[in-house]
Design a protein around this ligand. Sequence first.
Ligand code: F6P
Length: 494
Amino acid sequence: MRVKGEQRRKLIVVSNRGPVTYGRDEAGARVAGRGGGGLVTALRSLIAHHDVTWVASAMTDEDRAVAAESGGAAVEERARDGSPYRLRLVAHDPIAYDWFYNVVSNPTLWFLQHYMWGLPQAPDIDLGLHNAWFNGYVPVNEAFAAAVVEELERQPEAIVFFHDYHVYLAPAMVREAVPDVVSAHFVHIPWAQSDYWHVFPDHLRRAVHEGLLANDLVSFHTARWRRNFLRACEDLVGAELHFDRGVVEHKGRSTLVTSHAISIDAGEFAELAASEPVLEEERLIAERRREHLVLRVDRTDPSKNIVRGFRAFGIFLDQHPEHHGRVSMLALLDPSRQDIPEYSEYLGAVQREARAVNDRFQFDGWVPIELEIADDFPRAVAAYKQYDVLLVNAVYDGLNLVSKEAPLVNTRDGVVVLSENTGAHEELGEWVLTVNPFDVYGQAQAIAEALAMPTEERRRRGEGIRAHVREHDLEAWAAALLDDLAAVAAPARG
Ligand code: F6P
């Protein structure tokens, strides 16, 4: 079999969040809403180019009703552009899913992979976590694997395309049931260095790495995360590493490990930027804005480093009284994972810090930090068009799509201030002001430098980012991954 990037393929896409989630409107009719998150936004365009069956968790009661009505089988759906695809919603046991999502996937794997623990205090790998692993993460992965195996019986030639940290175990489970499956796994978040993985007990970190090595291809956004994974396979599971070729051999199989940064659909963004809901929001922002606008758009995730960003803005205001009343920061924050105490506590810390800065500096109707906690995509795109400085100071971030989306539609020659620990920095570094995410003083200086930068220079940098994003778009990303698979799938399937 040949698997060429540009060819239309049968794909079984597996991710925790699906492209749509169902609910009921006021009249009680079933409606399909847009699934949240960067991953889903990015992957949706695969539907237009390939025959996709998407396997995802049932998230809402209505999702569970859809799954029950079809007896767990896939239903026919259509994307916004009319492209057909099949959606298979897996209705997990609710308690198992709670352990899977609220104990293992986010406060453990996500925290580990973003280096978010201060080790003297956290984590406690206690009985609760062991229980959540064996009675939550494992069965949810088994349910995903069982759904994939059934889909493969229906379309044996399909390629399985796993996504992210929710499904690290499923590839090995599928491989055991269907030894000649062709599968790829894209990891959308950073890969921590092997020493940090040592925080996680041996059998658990081994299960993660061996689960991934059951794929033919594992891919990351950047060379940095890829290198960490390659080394970790050698250090943690004793795999044989051919570093120069990016090949890992383990248990008689070999896995190709590559990196391709995900991107956005530039055309879709241009359309969005001109759409009525965005224009309406833009009018509201333009009416209220001061001379300069510093913007941040994030989920309320501790990895996004929002509190330090506010502190940095406070330091900037301290050092630049001439900007008082002339510049404000708009923080559009999407409330995220609020059933997890670390996340709800972090949201509180974000609100406290904004308050502290505002209490100190506000006067005469000028509020230095305008905090909006809402999931409002049209408003985010409108703000993208209006910023003078975009602050992305993540502690660590697999990629950070905001740093690609916002410059594409910005109309003010805005400058991007970007953390060196975001995956996007590997691509955009030459056009941004680079900051260390822990150095609040450095971030304050970067904000000042961006505001003082001559127009020509700001334009040159913005154009650089736009040209890069247009050339390295989402289609190029998907084609590159499928080309990688071509290299490994041909020998596997003959
Ligand atoms: O890859 C990270 C990711 O899965 C992205 O899709 C998205 O930005 C975010 O995490 C969504 O998280 P959740 O599904 O937990 O809301």
